[in-house]
Design a protein around this ligand. Structure first.
Ligand SMILES: [Ca+2]
Length: 521
C-alpha cells in the first residue's frame, strides 16, 4: 500500500519558478478569505440563488469571478490541508474531518504556502477557522500548545481549534488559550463526559438551540456541541460576537503590519453550524439564520476590503475570496435551514453539496482582485485551490518546491489566461473522483446513496459513471455508454493518478479503523 506522506523538496534558487524579482517593499500583500460551507449559489454574483451578497459581488465586479474553480475536497479539513500544503489531501490519511482535540496534521518539516511567504519577507497570519489540528495528540489546553499554526509558517495565529460546533469553544492565540483563568482549568474529551457536567441529553432544558444529529454533548452558551468540555468559563467565546471578534483581529493585524508585505489567511466561520450571527443580521433574509449568516460573512468581506482601502493598502493587495467546500442545510441543529430554504439554491445548478462526490461538493465560488493586475471579468479556467501555492509563488517570486500537486496558473488566477488544469482528483470523505475538462468520472463506492441525517446525495454509485457538467450540470445523465472512448480513457487516468488510494469499500474500513467516539458523524 502506498500510504506514505508525500514530502516535497525545496529546490534552490528563484529560477525554479522564474518569479518576478521584487524587493519585499514592492511585493503585494495577499489576503486569502475562506468561508466555511458557503455554496456557489449562496453568492449572488453567480446568479443562481436568492441571497444578496453585495460586498462579494462588488469585489467580483472589479476583479475576476471564476465559474470553474474547485476545492480539492467536500469537507473542511482536507480542503484546507490542500490549500496550505499544495498536496492532494487523500495522500495523508489523517486529512479527514477532525475532532477538536486532534493533533496538527500538517507535518512541521514540510514546505507550506505560508512558509514560502515567510521566506520571501512576508509577515504571515492565520485568523479565524482552523480545523487542521493542534498539538501532538495529548493537549493540555492550560499550557502552551505545540506544535500549532505558528509551526507551519504563520508568524501570528488567532484561531478556533476546529469548528464552531466543536469543543473547546475558546480562541487560541499563538498556541495559548486566550483569557484563561488558571483557577478554572479547561478539560476536553471526545470520548466521555466529565462527571456532573450537563449535556444536551441530560439537561435539554438548558438549550436555546436543539440538536438534530451529532451535537448532543457539552452545552456552551445554551448550544449543544460535539465533544465534552469542562472549565475555562472566562475563556469561552460568544457565538454571536465571533464575526466581529475575528474582524477586529484582522484589522488589528493589518494595522500592525501595514509597513511590510503580509500574507493573511482569514477563515470565516460562516455559514457553518451553529448559525448564530450577530443580532443585527437576524432577519436580513427570509431563509433563517443560515441565510443571515451568509449576509454576515459577506459584510465581513466588505469590512476588511474597505479597511484596506482606508489604510491605502488595497491597491497593493491581492484579495482572494473562496469557500472550503459546498453547502449543506441540515448539518446537526434544528435551525430551520432546510425548511426555510424555499427558492434559494445554495449549490446553484449543481448536484450534491458538502460531503458529496457530486460536483456540488467541491465546485466553489472564487473571486480574485488585484488592482491593475487582474483583468476584470468572468473566467471559466479550470483551477483548484490546490494551485494557489504554486501560483502565488509565481506572483511573489517564491521558492516553490518540486513534487507538489499544486500547479502554477498565475496568469489564470489574475484573469489574463484561460489556461487551467487538465485534470483534478476530487475527494469527498475519502471517496475519490476525477474531473477532466467538462467531464466528471465517479467510480463505484459502497455506502448509502443519501446521508439520512443531512439529506445529502453522497454520489455513492454502483458503477463507474460519466457526466458532462457543461451539458448536464445537475449530473442526471450517465453518458459512459455514449462516450465509450472518453469513459475508458478517464477510468485509466483515474487509476493511474490515485493508485491504491482507490478502495470502493473505504468507508466501511475507516469505520472499523476508527475507535468509536462522539466525532463519528
Ligand atoms: Ca467547511
Amino acid at each position: 500500500m502506498r500510504r506514505i506522506l508525500k514530502v516535497p523538496v525545496l529546490v534552490g534558487g528563484a529560477a525554479a519558478v522564474a518569479g518576478c524579482a521584487q524587493s519585499p517593499s514592492e511585493k503585494p500583500n495577499v489576503l486569502l478569505i475562506v468561508a466555511d460551507d458557503l455554496g456557489i449559489g449562496d453568492v449572488s454574483c453567480y446568479g443562481m440563488g436568492k441571497i444578496h451578497t453585495p460586498n462579494i459581488d462588488s469585489l467580483a465586479s472589479v476583479g475576476v469571478r471564476f465559474t470553474n474553480a474547485y476545492a480539492t475536497s467536500a469537507t473542511s479539513t482536507p480542503s484546507r490541508y490542500a490549500m496550505f500544503t499544495g498536496l492532494y489531501p487523500w495522500t495523508n490519511p489523517e486529512a479527514r474531518i477532525l475532532p477538536g482535540d486532534a493533533p496538527l496534521i500538517i507535518p512541521t518539516d514540510i514546505p507550506t504556502l505560508p512558509k514560502m511567504m515567510q521566506a520571501e519577507g512576508y509577515s504571515t497570519a492565520a485568523i479565524g477557522k482552523w480545523h487542521l489540528g493542534m498539538g501532538d495528540g495529548h493537549i493540555d489546553w492550560n499550557k502552551h500548545i505545540s506544535p500549532c499554526a505558528n509551526d507551519i509558517g504563520f508568524d501570528y495565529s488567532c484561531l478556533i481549534a476546529a469548528t464552531n460546533d466543536r469543543v473547546p469553544t475558546v480562541y487560541v492565540e499563538n498556541g495559548d488559550v486566550l483569557g484563561l483563568d488558571p483557577d478554572d482549568p479547561i478539560e476536553v474529551s471526545y470520548k466521555e463526559n466529565f462527571e456532573g457536567e450537563p449535556t444536551a441529553l441530560t439537561n435539554p432544558e438548558m438549550l436555546r438551540l436543539t440538536w438534530h444529529h451529532g451535537h448532543n454533548c457539552s452545552i456552551v452558551n445554551g448550544v449543544p456541541r460535539i465533544g465534552y468540555m469542562k472549565g475555562g468559563k472566562k475563556a469561552l467565546w460568544d457565538d454571536e460576537k465571533m464575526a466581529d471578534y475575528f474582524l477586529d483581529c484582522v484589522k488589528g493585524y493589518i494595522d500592525e503590519h501595514s509597513g511590510e508585505p503580509f500574507f493573511l489567511y482569514y477563515g470565516l466561520h460562516e455559514p457553518h453550524v451553529p448559525r448564530l450571527p450577530a443580532e443585527r443580521f437576524l432577519g436580513s433574509t427570509p431563509y433563517g439564520t443560515r441565510g443571515d449568516a451568509v449576509v454576515e460573512a459577506d459584510w465581513c468581506v466588505g469590512e476588511v476590503i474597505r479597511y484596506l482601502d482606508r489604510k491605502g493598502l488595497l491597491d497593493n493587495t491581492i484579495v482572494i475570496f473562496t469557500s472550503d467546500n459546498g453547502p449543506v442545510l441540515q448539518d446537526g441543529y434544528n435551525d430551520l435551514a432546510d425548511s426555510l430554504v424555499a427558492d434559494h439554491t445554495p449549490s446553484g445548478i449543481y448536484r450534491g453539496g458538502k460531503y458529496s462526490a457530486y460536483d456540488g461538493g467541491t465546485h466553489i465560488p472564487m473571486v480574485v482582485y488585484w488592482k491593475g493586475h487582474t483583468k476584470t471579468g468572468i473566467s471559466d479556467a479550470f483551477l483548484s485551490q490546490l494551485d494557489l501555492f504554486a501560483s502565488i509563488g509565481r506572483i511573489v517570486g517564491g521558492n516553490v518546491p518540486e513534487g507538489l500537486d499544486s500547479q502554477e496558473y498565475a496568469k489564470s488566477f489574475l484573469g489574463r489566461s484561460k489556461d487551467g488544469r487538465s485534470d483534478l482528483i476530487l475527494e469527498a470523505k475519502s471517496h475519490l473522483a476525477l474531473k477532466e475538462g467538462p467531464w466528471l468520472l465517479i467510480p463505484p463506492y459502497k455506502g448509502l446513496k443519501v446521508r439520512p441525517d443531512t439529506g445529502t446525495e453522497l454520489g455513492n454509485l454502483d458503477e463507474y459513471t460519466l457526466f458532462n457538467l457543461v451539458d448536464d450540470p445537475h449530473q442526471d445523465k450517465d453518458i459512459s455508454a455514449a462516450e465509450p472512448q472518453k469513459f475508458e480513457k478517464m477510468k485509466a487516468t483515474f487509476h493511474t493518478m490515485v493508485g491504491d488510494y482507490y478502495d470502493p469499500d473505504i468507508t466501511q474500513k475507516l469505520k472499523q479503523r476508527t475507535a468509536p467516539s462522539v466525532d463519528a458523524r
